[in-house]
Design a binder for this molecule. Structure first.
Ligand code: 25A
Ligand code: L14
Length: 343
C-alpha cells in the first residue's frame, strides 16, 4: 500500500483515540498525521506509535494535502466541514450520521458491501455502531437462506455516547460508594431537558425521538441495514436501550429466514464467516458478554436457537466492541480498501 497523509478529526474523543490505536496496530501506511479537535483541546498532545503529536483546532486550511480524513466529531461538525475537506482533495470517512442515507454516499461494512466503496464522490459513511454489529452477524445467514424479517433489541454501552457518558457512569459509581447524590447530565441525550442516572438503571432511549414513536437510533438500524444490504424487502424492527456497561454493545436478534436453516448449519456459517467468532455452549455456560468482547476486533455470536414460534426462525445473541468494529476499526478497514483500490 502506498503511504498517505492522514487527518483524524475528533482525535480526542472516544472514537478518535481508538482510530489512532488501530492505525498503529495495523501498520496503516501513514506519510503524515494531523490530529484535529475543537479549540478546547488545541495544544494537548496525543501519542501515535509512542510519538507525541499536538492536537490542532479545526480551521479551513487544515485539510490541504490530506489524502484521507477520518471524521469523528459528531454530525453537526461533519455537516459543516466534510464538503470543504473533499474540495481540498481529501477522501472523508465519516463516523457521524450526517451523510449515511445520502444517495451519493456509500455506507459500508467491508464484510458485507466493500464494492460500494468504489462509487464514492469524496465521502464514505461509516454506519451506526449497532447497525454494523448486526450487519456482520447476519451476513452469512442472509447469503445462504435469505432474510425476511428481523426483530432486534439492543443493550448499548455508555461509550456509544462518547467520552462524557463514560465519565458520567464512573462518577455515579463513585457517588454511590461515597453515599453522595447521583448526578446525571449526559444520558440519555445531552441536549434534551431530562437526564436519568444510568447506574442501576436501563434507559429505553438512544438518540432523539424520531417518527412513529421510535428513536432515531432505532430508525438507523432499519434504514442503514437495508441500504448496506441493498434490500428494502428485508423487514426490520428495533428497540434500542442503554445499559450500565462501559464498552461493547449486545443485541438480541430474532431472524425469520426465507429458507430453513438449522441451528447446526447456522453455527457452521457463523464459525467460518469473516469478522465473526462463534461462542456458543450454553451447557458449559459459554456465551458472548461485553466483559470479554472489548478491545478486540471480532463480533461474537452465541445462544443460537431455533425460534419455535414460527416455521423458519432463529434467535441469536450478538456482542461486539462498538468503539472498535462499531466505529474505529470499520473506518480503518474502509480506508485500507480505499488505498488498495487506488493502486
Ligand atoms: O452527532 P453524532 O453523529 O450522533 O455523534 C455524537 C457523538 O458521538 C460520538 C462522538 O463523541 C460524537 O461527538 N460518536 C460519533 N460516532 C460514534 C460512533 N460510531 C460515536 N461514538 C461511538 N460510536 P466523542 O466524545 O467520542 O468525540 C467527540 C470528539 O469530537 C470533537 N469535537 C466536538 N466538537 C468539535 C470537535 N472537533 C472540532 N470541532 C468541533 N466543533 C471532540 O473534541 C472530540 O474529539 P473536543 O476537543 O471538543 O473534546 C475534548 C474532550 O472534551 C470532552 N467534551 C466533549 N464535548 C464536551 C466536552 N466537555 C465539555 N463539554 C462538552 N460539550 C470530551 O470528553 C473530549 O475528551
Ligand atoms: O449514529 O449514543 O453513530 O450510543 C453512535 C452512538 C449515535 C449515538 C451514531 C449512542 C451514534 C449512539
Amino acid at each position: 500500500m502506498r503511504a498517505v497523509n492522514v487527518a483524524v478529526l475528533g482525535a480526542t474523543g472516544a472514537v478518535g483515540q481508538e482510530i489512532l490505536d488501530i492505525l498503529a496496530e495495523r501498520e496503516f501506511p501513514i506519510k503524515s498525521l494531523k490530529l484535529l479537535a475543537s479549540p478546547r483541546s488545541a495544544g494537548k498532545t496525543l501519542k501515535y506509535n509512542d510519538v507525541e503529536h499536538v492536537v490542532e483546532a479545526l480551521s479551513p486550511d487544515k485539510f490541504d494535502n490530506v489524502d484521507i480524513a477520518f471524521f469523528s466529531a459528531g454530525s453537526s461538525v461533519s455537516k459543516q466541514w466534510a464538503k470543504a475537506a473533499v474540495e481540498a482533495g481529501c477522501i472523508v470517512i465519516d463516523n457521524s450520521s450526517a451523510f449515511r442515507m445520502a444517495p451519493d454516499v456509500p455506507l459500508v461494512v467491508p464484510e458485507v458491501n466493500k464494492d460500494a466503496i468504489k462509487q464514492h464522490n469524496g465521502i464514505i459513511a461509516n454506519p451506526n455502531c449497532s447497525t454494523i454489529i448486526m450487519a456482520v452477524a447476519i451476513k452469512p445467514i442472509y447469503d445462504v437462506v435469505g432474510i425476511k424479517r428481523i426483530v432486534t433489541s439492543t443493550y448499548q454501552a455508555v461509550s456509544g455516547a462518547g467520552h462524557r457518558a463514560i465519565t458520567e457512569l464512573e462518577e455515579q459509581v463513585h457517588a454511590y460508594t461515597d453515599q453522595k447524590h447521583i448526578q446525571a447530565d449526559v444520558l440519555p441525550v445531552a441536549s434534551l431537558p431530562n437526564h436519568y442516572p444510568i447506574l442501576f438503571n436501563v434507559i429505553p432511549q438512544i438518540d432523539i425521538p424520531g417518527d412513529g414513536g421510535y428513536t432515531k437510533e432505532e430508525w438507523k438500524m432499519v434504514n442503514e441495514t437495508q441500504k448496506i444490504f441493498n434490500d428494502t424487502s428485508m423487514k426490520i424492527t428495533a428497540t434500542t436501550v442503554r445499559v450500565p456497561v462501559i464498552r461493547s454493545h449486545s443485541e438480541s436478534i430474532n431472524i425469520e429466514t426465507h429458507e430453513k436453516l438449522s441451528v447446526e448449519e447456522c453455527r457452521k456459517l457463523i464459525a467460518q464467516a469473516p469478522g465473526l467468532k462463534l461462542v456458543d455452549d450454553l451447557q458449559a455456560q459459554i456465551y458472548p458478554m461485553p466483559i470479554d468482547t472489548s478491545k478486540q476486533d471480532l463480533v461474537w455470536v452465541g445462544r443460537i436457537r431455533e425460534d419455535m414460534s414460527i416455521e423458519r426462525g432463529l434467535n441469536l445473541w450478538v456482542v461486539g466492541d462498538q468503539i472498535r468494529k462499531g466505529a474505529a476499526l470499520n473506518s480503518v478497514q474502509i480506508a485500507e480498501h480505499v488505498i488498495s483500490n487506488q493502486r
